[in-house]
Design a protein around this ligand. Structure first.
Ligand SMILES: [Zn+2]
Length: 112
């Protein structure tokens, strides 16, 4: 009798410990995961106008007005809507696709 009470007591402790460990582990994982998932999300919300690689200006110009908003310091920061550069907080300047492309080419040839 005493033994079984002791056993169930131990069992509940072990189970609780496992649950806590499991939750802690999962919480930790979720926490890390959320951090990992949230940061790029947060950044992408902010910095999805920071273009990398081959910049497809035509695809950026979603409303097809032939104009995009480009940062005059970070040329790869291009948006189809007015806004501010997430990198230097400068107001994006409205430029034609051609100007944006020229800026990019000038910039790239300068820096690379
Ligand atoms: Zn900038």
């Amino acid at each position: 009798m005493k033994k079984s009470i002791f056993l169930s007591f131990m069992l509940s402790i072990i189970l609780e410990g496992c649950m806590m460990l499991g939750m802690g582990g999962m919480g930790g994982m979720n926490h890390n995961h959320d951090h990992g998932a949230m940061n790029p999300e947060k950044q992408s919300a902010d910095s999805n106008i920071v273009r990398t690689g081959a910049i497809d200006l035509i695809s950026i110009d979603k409303n097809n007005d032939g104009k995009v908003f480009q940062d005059q310091m970070d040329w790869n920061v291009i948006s189809d809507a007015p806004g501010n550069c997430p990198l230097c907080k400068m107001t994006l300047k409205e430029v034609t696709l051609e100007t944006a492309k020229k800026n990019l080419l000038d910039h790239n040839s300068k820096t690379k």
